[in-house]
Design a protein around this ligand. Structure first.
Ligand code: ES4
Ligand code: ZN
Length: 326
């Protein structure tokens, strides 16, 4: 379609994508076979049929299970490269990807294996596709502070490869304040700080991300709109929100894409961006998120350009690059 061609032609950065969430069922089977791992599914269709979620936890349970096929550096490299190829096909030119080390170290895969494989994929993507990227290490918020600190310790020899830290996994019951000290320690190491907030959690969690963690971006942030004072604060600070429309739909944060707040966010003056979150699980990569949302809520060409520009101004690229690459 004309809309698709227009959006594909806009240079875009993706700022909210969990690399483990880009594991397509086909690659999951391939890696399971390669590694001698048994999956509780027999066919690709059977896996896709299991991807009907009613909330975040529902999804996380199956997402952590899928990640169990990732064992070697080559697996992580193949995973990353497959994602970068899809991104390039969508007209994406830069990505800041999340990875969840604890998901892997807790089942005996070394931190080095994960990061070495991902970095190999990132370097090959830059060389062969011209797609640049950065890594954001996410702490699993359903685990405790000590586990997050142990993970930060493991990251120390690799800080030149890591742009920032984030918080992901089960939000409700695990407010940002739980990780105040480890996020400060990460900032003291020179890392950027982001956090999922307001995906399922209340506005109070977004306030904590802003006031206690002093985040550089908010991941999701949808529920911030329930609090006018908080919304005004995010507008005033120019805080980038990494919004994930198809994720919100699949995890039932919105009942229909027509109800999605993206257009409202832009009209309020929030620095919203469009992202895919876990594209293999939520049924669409970056371009699909732009196009389906644009059709559902009626985004103008100007608004689409704004979203694409916001993805660079909100990125962790150097200031000069942000303006050169839009
Ligand atoms: C996630 Cl959609 C979402 N929310 C929180 N944590 C996550 N990890 C992977 N996808
Ligand atoms: Zn996410």
């Amino acid at each position: 379609t004309a809309l698709e061609t227009f959006v594909r032609g806009l240079p875009k950065a993706e700022l909210h994508m969990h690399i483990e969430g880009s594991l397509e069922p086909e690659l999951m089977f391939e890696l399971a076979a390669r590694n001698g791992v048994t999956l509780p599914f027999k066919t690709v269709d059977e896996i896709r049929a299991a991807y009907a979620f009613s909330n975040l936890q529902d999804f996380l349970d199956i997402y952590y299970q899928g990640a169990g096929v990732l064992l070697t550096a080559a697996d992580f490299k193949d995973l990353a490269l497959a994602y970068f190829r899809r991104l390039a096909a969508d007209g994406g030119t830069h990505a800041e990807i999340f990875f969840d080390p604890q998901t892997h170290t807790d089942r005996g895969v070394a931190f080095e294996t994960v990061i070495d494989g991902l970095v190999q994929g990132m370097e090959e993507a830059e060389r062969t596709l011209g797609v640049t990227s950065k890594l954001i290490l996410c702490f699993l918020r359903h685990l405790d502070e000590a586990s997050a600190f142990a993970t930060l310790e493991q990251a120390k020899p690799h800080l030149s490869r890591i742009a920032g830290v984030g918080l992901d996994s089960s939000e409700v019951g695990h407010p940002p304040a739980k990780f105040a000290r480890v996020m400060q320690a990460a900032r003291d190491l020179g890392l950027k700080v982001v956090a999922h907030a307001g995906e399922e959690g209340p506005p109070a969690y977004v306030w904590e991300a802003v006031d206690i963690l002093a985040v550089d971006r908010i991941d999701h942030g949808n529920r911030a709109l329930e609090d006018d004072c908080l919304t005004a604060r995010l507008v005033q600070d120019g805080t980038t929100l990494t919004v994930c429309p198809l994720s919100n739909l699949k995890l039932c944060g919105v009942s229909d894409l027509k109800e999605h707040p993206l257009k409202r966010m832009l009209k309020l003056g929030l620095k919203a961006t469009v992202n895919s979150d876990d594209p293999a699980y939520f049924g669409g990569y970056l371009l699909e998120n732009y196009v389906q949302t644009a059709e559902a809520v009626g985004l103008t060409r100007d608004e689409l350009v704004t979203l694409a520009k916001n993805s660079f101004t909100g990125s962790f690229l150097e200031e000069a690059e942000k303006t050169e690459r839009v």
